[in-house]
Design a protein around this ligand. Structure first.
Ligand code: PEP
Ligand code: MN
Length: 350
């Protein structure tokens, strides 16, 4: 259930409603916009039915959210969520590019990639240290050594970093090195992991499961939000279909669909979405045209020698070409590339 209050309501009047909800045993999730303040209550709300909330100053509407996800829904928040990571805003007007290797392999590889992608306009460095490999015999990542290299390469090049967390017992370790926790497709419904990440204070990049529906993705986001971490970035990374020319079928329609259903930012991973490097650039451009807030792309200085996902990794020159070709598309959809933090903050305020 949500209680919609006028955005100009006195703080003390808002507090009165919150206190009433708390007194009746509810946790309150608050979304403050310019025009409206929304108080969200999830779970069983039967004991609220007889409370005369309309009698409270500032209360304009009481709505039962019918969707199974509540805090992730547009009903709860009718303006887009923006997430600040260092001096980067995800979900604002600027399109954010995250790039880097599938897996951190060694110092030379990650530093060279970081330097190049930064020069070309990427804002966030990706790289796995703990990898969810399909085969137990494949390279599983460098573990903490990989995290250290990723963090150093990010720091030296002025990039934020994102890396995957696969289990609850990795959270504390990874938190020491990363700016964003990535939840991989295979863990989208690891509800214990989502719940624990919901208790952290770092943004979560939540990838769509291999065969998850959009509703299931939003319900997984809800696990994180309902614990109090509202900083979730969704990621479309392709789903399993009968098509096997591509590794997955990149569901571009998920982008506008999620924009209708949710206020959370959505980015696209055309690397895992296609599995073939030749398809990465066209699908990256299509994703921006369809309204994605950003991209996460696998880039490797020498894909042929890559220890993971070489076939879908862009070489640095192909990545450079893509970054050039993206600009007119970003402009055509009214977005920006490389805007300053001040501009972004100013825009969000208005
Ligand atoms: C990755 O980004 O490295 C990855 C393993 O992706 P996904 O979870 O989407 O397969
Ligand atoms: Mn990969």
């Amino acid at each position: 259930m949500i209680i919609v209050m006028n955005g100009k309501t006195d703080h003390s009047d808002v507090e009165k409603v919150i206190n009433k909800l708390k007194e009746l045993g509810h946790e309150v999730h608050i979304s403050r916009g310019e025009k409206r303040i929304i108080l969200g209550v999830i779970g069983n709300v039967e004991n609220l039915v007889s409370v005369p909330f309309y009698a409270y100053n500032g209360v304009e509407e009481i709505i039962r959210i019918l969707k199974p996800y509540k805090l992730a829904s547009r009903e709860f928040k009718d303006f887009d969520t923006t997430i600040k990571v260092k001096d980067i805003i995800i979900g604002g007007k600027e399109v954010i590019v995250m790039a880097g290797p599938c897996v951190v392999e060694n110092e030379q590889q990650i530093f060279e990639t970081a330097h190049q992608v930064k020069t070309l306009g990427a804002k966030i460095l990706r790289g796995g240290a703990f990898k969810p490999r399909t085969s137990p015999y494949s390279f599983q990542g460098l573990g903490e050594e990989g995290l250290k290299l990723l963090a150093q390469a990010g720091k030296e090049n002025g990039l934020a970093v994102v890396t995957e967390v696969m289990s609850v017992n990795q959270i504390d370790l990874i938190a020491k090195y990363t700016d964003i926790f990535q939840v991989g497709a295979r863990n989208m419904q690891n509800f214990v992991l989502l719940t624990e990440l919901g208790k952290t204070k770092k943004p979560i990049l939540l990838k769509r499961g291999l065969s998850a529906t959009i509703e299931e993705l939003l319900l997984s986001a809800e696990y994180i939000l309902s614990e109090g971490n509202y900083e979730v970035v969704l990621c479309e990374r392709g789903i399993r279909t009968f098509e096997n020319y591509t590794r997955n079928t990149l569901d571009l329609s998920a982008i506008p669909a999620i924009k209708i259903l949710s206020h959370l930012p959505i980015i696209v991973d055309p690397s895992h979405g296609t599995g073939r490097w030749r398809l990465v650039s066209p699908m990256a451009k299509a994703a921006i045209a369809a309204g994605a807030d950003g991209l996460i792309i696998e880039v490797h200085p020498d894909p042929k020698s890559s220890l993971s996902d070489g076939a879908q990794s862009l070489q640095l020159d192909t990545f450079a070409q893509l970054m050039k070709e993206l600009r007119p598309i970003i402009q055509a959809v009214g977005r920006e590339f490389g805007s300053s933090l001040e501009n972004e903050l100013e825009r969000i305020k208005n």
